[in-house]
Design a protein around this ligand. Structure first.
Ligand SMILES: [Zn+2]
Length: 332
């Protein structure tokens, strides 16, 4: 598979890897550290993607076996799904990931069986008013779930922590913990180069998904996401390297747009629950449209709506009322 690559900064290569779903491409980054090589994210573990990655390496004159360090921005299938394949091919690689992402990986790998056999998941759907019984459980899981396409390392060689500086060859990779899209999501900052590799935290065209899920039903991921958008603005950046979409320059502008987008969405949702309390599913249907859509989209919309309603509750703009086992939210 001939790979498309671009040298976006001296010695920093953007590699476009294919995905069998939307978005259809993930960008991973290979960094020449002069005597050592670092890779940020892996793509999915499909033969197509791994072959494309190998071709990209050969275009810059190295082999997978020459890799020194592998950073994972987060545990998602398109970011860390091929990490065990890379580690098997290149046992000398030091693989790094945040501990919270490793916990997610182990949770995901332990989820066998259909959703209908997981009482806590069924409870989560019922509580949020989602008509789970109307949908076949097979339709509820992504196509890669439980397959080889997701072959993450279940233990990295080291955990990434906020503020870590990881030296690789003559470069310094600073770790900035940016929870929100995933609880242990990290972006990687090259201070001297003024380059930030942002994973899914700051995408130029799309809004990264932030939600509460059956497997992670509590917490305040949207509040975390907004705080993480403020956090990255403290860094001096000239080039932003995202996992999806084109490279861009103004990280502060994009971070503020994302904060605004979520504030607007929240206001829209609170308007809907001013007169009468509603469950997350009902609010999602009104905000995102209730025409026939793939069930996976309806689920994602419900998870995202719940994250908004919980943020509003935690910050005192909404309250939660439990009625017959269903959680209803109302603006206050
Ligand atoms: Zn992701």
């Amino acid at each position: 598979m001939p790979a498309k690559i671009a040298e976006v900064h001296p010695g920093i290569y953007e590699i476009f890897l294919p995905l069998p779903m939307r978005p259809t491409i993930i960008n991973v980054y290979l960094v020449d550290c002069h005597g050592a090589w670092a890779l940020i994210d892996t793509g999915m573990n499909t033969p197509d993607s791994v072959a494309t990655l190998e071709d990209a390496f050969s275009q810059v004159g190295i082999r997978l076996e020459d890799l020194t360090v592998l950073f994972g921005t987060h545990h998602h299938v398109d970011h860390f799904g091929a990490s065990s394949t890379i580690k098997r091919r290149s046992p000398q690689v030091t693989a790094l990931l945040h501990q919270l992402e490793t916990e997610r990986i182990n949770r995901m790998l332990s989820l066998g069986g259909p959703i209908s056999e997981r009482p806590e998941a069924m409870e989560f759907f019922r509580t949020n008013g989602f008509p789970i019984e109307k949908h076949p459980p097979e339709a509820m899981r992504p196509m890669w779930f439980g397959t080889d396409m997701y072959s993450p390392l279940d233990r990295p060689d080291r955990y990434l922590n906020d503020g870590d500086v990881v030296p690789v060859g003559d470069r310094q990779f600073e770790i900035v913990w940016t929870p929100g899209h995933a609880p242990g999501h990290c972006v990687i900052y090259l201070r001297k180069e003024k380059v930030m590799i942002v994973g899914d935290h700051l995408l130029p065209k799309i809004t990264p998904h932030v939600g509460l899920y059956p497997s992670a039903p509590t917490g305040n991921p949207l509040g975390d996401f907004i705080n993480s958008q403020m956090k990255v603005q403290r860094f001096d950046v000239e080039l932003v390297l995202p996992a999806h979409g084109g490279v861009f320059h103004d990280h502060r502008h994009r971070a503020n747009q994302l904060i605004e987008h979520h504030r607007y969405r929240e206001a829209e949702m609170l308007d809907l629950v001013r007169r009468r309390p509603k469950c997350a599913f009902e609010v999602a249907s009104q905000v995102f449209g209730d025409e026939e859509r793939p069930i996976a989209h309806v689920m994602a919309a419900t998870f995202e709506t719940l994250a908004h309603l919980e943020l509003a509750r935690i910050e005192g703009r909404a309250r939660r009322i439990d009625r017959d086992g269903v959680a209803l939210y109302q603006a206050v």
